[in-house]
Design a protein around this ligand. Structure first.
Ligand code: SF4
Ligand code: SF4
Length: 211
């Protein structure tokens, strides 16, 4: 019998902030690369991820399309996702079983095995996905260190702002498919296709854009 899984079923029951310690340690992963082998187009990318991919590869969004990135529709939004190879692994998993763009990896990869859970007031918490990683059970680590992102406050502010932008697309389109498609194209063009200057700060570029 199928049932909806609750927060308690998939997590350790705790909600964490970036300044909290959480038991995310994976004991060095012990040669495992499972989460990079079975991505199944689930690594959704936001503008900060695209900025980082442009920095890592020296390619624009359009140059990465259909080799590194592909597009999916999720809840009415067109969303870029990281591609996997035909045989399964992420395109960036190298022969040594390591991430070829570790310093520039997407936010989803940085969080794993943490996830993000949104609150009604527009803020979010992190939670530990207890069934997704076979080597979970190591030491407690400061979440901001686990994410490994500079300017964590700016990053989290961007995550909230990006959710607002994404939600506004759906709301402004009402029930019209044509309006939704057109809004999606504006979103893609403004925040993804238009190249970022990877020598400059990301956040000022993000906030200077708008649709
Ligand atoms: S599944 Fe867990 S142990 Fe395996 S590579 Fe991913 S984080 Fe490391
Ligand atoms: S980008 Fe790196 S960390 Fe993320 S799934 Fe691919 S290989 Fe793994």
């Amino acid at each position: 019998m199928k049932r909806d899984l609750s927060f308690e079923d998939i997590s350790d029951g705790n909600r964490y902030k970036a300044g909290d310690f959480a038991p995310t340690g994976t004991n060095g992963c012990k040669g495992c690369a499972e989460c990079c082998r079975v991505t199944e187009d689930t690594i959704f990318l936001d503008p900060f991820d695209i900025y980082n991919l442009e920095k890592a590869t020296g390619r624009t969004f359009e140059e990465m399309l259909e080799t590194i990135i592909t597009l999916r529709v999720s809840e009415g939004l067109i969303v870029p996702v990281l591609m996997k190879r035909a045989e399964g692994p992420c395109v960036f998993l190298n022969a040594e079983g390591r991430c070829g763009i570790h310093d520039h990896r997407p936010g989803f990869c940085r969080m794993f095995p943490l996830g993000r859970i949104w609150n009604e007031d527009g803020t979010f918490d992190y939670f530990l996905q207890i069934h997704e990683c076979p080597h979970l059970g190591g030491e407690k680590i400061l979440i901001s260190d686990w994410l490994g992102i500079d300017q964590i406050d700016s990053y989290e502010g961007f995550i909230k702002a990006w959710k607002e932008v994404s939600e506004s697309i759906k709301l402004s389109s009402g029930s019209s498919d044509k309006a939704l498609k057109s809004a999606n194209m504006r979103l893609l063009n403004e925040y993804f296709i238009k190249p970022y200057d990877t020598k400059k700060d990301f956040y000022s570029q993000f906030y200077s854009r708008g649709i």
